[in-house]
Write a protein that binds this ligand. Structure first.
Ligand SMILES: [Cu+2]
Length: 463
């Protein structure tokens, strides 16, 4: 199995390798490196892999070992690294004690490959499933189960997919950062809590993870054009990232690069969302900057908390690189024509018994009425959040273009292609989509406790 090593460590290892590779001292391990799977295909345009979901053990920081579930034994699971046009072939094995499926979040693929129960049978313990699809879009995507997702994802079943396209910006350093949190008990076990707060807000952990590492150190070089590809795989936590002394140059989001990158002090990432950002680190050689997760109010006074430190950004001892600039534009996104029809979706919450339910148009899944769309139909999804809290709305199988917020047009920088978007409390967003792939497609809140609690529905795109 190949492991990624940081470019700088690789250079050291190669320089030390004069006669034989076996004489080289081992490169210092990069704790943030993501495992890449063995590609069993000799064809450079095919990524053919085995993927196994199984019970595993992981040690988080100084905590005793934790029983987890993982893809292939690591959290995150293997990074699938590919390019637009590649065929991905996955021989999936379920070695979990319960049924599962694999959903390829954000990837446009045939509905039968989307990993939802609308289109496939549960894969039983010991069962296999053959997933195969072609990558149409550049960007950062991810994969995770779509059964009992609040439990299965929380236990560690997630991994990232990086797809490179023809217009990638030049950078000196690039890293995929997979954000998550877990709630660990003193004995190292994962708390399977679902108290009122966790049911209302989604499970939030007491331990923040970057690429599965707690208290992580992210090495950077001063002056280097540095690109971070971020995905939030947490059940309920929103990350509101700030790096003191720096702005994020936001160059892309779920559906790829933005025509007009913009700068932001805070990068707010809801569960399921991805952001592609660049910055040029500045700071004294050897110094460290805390990457902060600042309070953000997403409802029910959730913003009344202290800031968290997510990781430490460590400036290398090297002399700063000079003359780097960040990208200011990328090719335009073809605008969709206006839709003739609107699909109204009202998100809300209600008390039920001694708990809560999360509703779409007054019903909970599977009782939310199915929506029929003709193939290639253009629709405006009018997503009205009637509740007091934010819901990250996720559509399977298609990107949408956000066009309006509370009746006002959105600025250009907010109109990049998305598959997951924060719909703030008491806010209505209009999202424009072309349903060009037939089949049954899910849409739901990506706070996984909300999805499992009813905030999910199906769209049927007819042949
Ligand atoms: Cu929600």
């Amino acid at each position: 199995m190949k492991r990624l090593v940081a470019a700088s460590s690789l250079a050291v290892a190669l320089a030390a390798c004069s006669s034989s590779k076996t004489d080289a001292p081992p490169a210092p391990p990069d704790p943030l490196a993501l495992v890449t799977p063995i590609d069993e295909s000799p064809d450079p345009n095919v990524l053919q892999i085995k993927l196994e979901a199984k019970e595993s053990t992981k040690t988080f920081g100084s905590s005793p070992p934790t029983a987890v579930w993982s893809f292939g034994g690591t959290i995150p699971g293997p990074l699938l690294d590919a390019k637009v046009g590649d065929r991905v072939v996955v021989d999936f094995q379920n070695s979990l004690p319960e049924p599962t499926t694999v959903h390829w979040h954000g990837i446009r693929l045939p509905a039968a490959m989307d990993g939802t129960l609308a289109m496939q049978q549960p894969i039983p313990p010991g069962g296999r499933f053959h997933y195969e699809f072609t990558l149409k879009d550049a960007g950062l995507f991810w994969y995770h189960p779509h059964m009992r997702s609040d439990i299965q994802v929380q236990k560690g079943l997630y991994g990232a997919i990086r797809v490179r396209g023809p217009n990638e910006p030049t950078s000196d350093d690039e890293r995929v950062l997979v954000l998550d949190d877990v709630r660990l008990k003193d004995d190292g076990s994962l708390a399977e809590y679902l108290d009122d707060t966790a049911q209302m807000m989604g499970r939030e952990g007491n331990t923040l993870l970057v690429n599965g590492i707690t208290n992580a150190t992210i090495p950077v070089r001063a002056g280097a054009a540095t690109r971070f590809r971020l995905v939030n795989t947490a059940n309920g936590r929103f990350f509101n990232l700030r790096l003191p002394g720096h702005l994020w140059r936001v160059i892309g989001t779920d559906g790829g690069l933005l025509p007009k990158p913009y700068d932001a002090e805070h990068l707010l990432i809801a569960p399921g969302e991805r952001y592609d950002v660049m910055l040029i680190p500045n700071g004294a050689p050897g110094s460290s900057i805390d990457l902060m997760d600042d309070p953000y109010e997403r409802g029910h006074e959730s913003g009344k908390r202290a800031p968290n430190v997510v990781a430490h950004v460590k400036i290398a001892d090297d002399a700063p690189l000079a003359g780097r600039v960040l990208p200011t534009s990328f090719p335009a996104i073809d605008p969709l024509p206006p839709a003739q029809k609107t699909i109204p979706l009202t998100l809300d919450e209600a008390s039920k018994g001694d708990g809560f339910v999360f509703t779409i148009n007054g019903a909970t899944f599977p009782d939310v009425p199915m929506i029929d769309v003709e193939r290639n139909g253009l629709r405006t999804l009018e997503v009205k959040n009637a509740s007091d809290m934010d819901h990250p709305f996720h559509l399977h199988g298609f990107f949408f273009q956000p066009i309006e917020k509370n009746g006002a047009p959105l600025p250009l920088e907010s109109t990049g292609k998305k598959d997951t978007i924060i719909v703030p409390g008491k806010t209505t967003l209009k999202l424009l989509t072309r349903f060009d792939e037939p089949g049954m497609w899910m849409y739901h809140c990506h706070i996984l406790e909300h999805a499992e609690g009813g905030m999910m529905g199906e769209i049927h795109v007819m042949e």
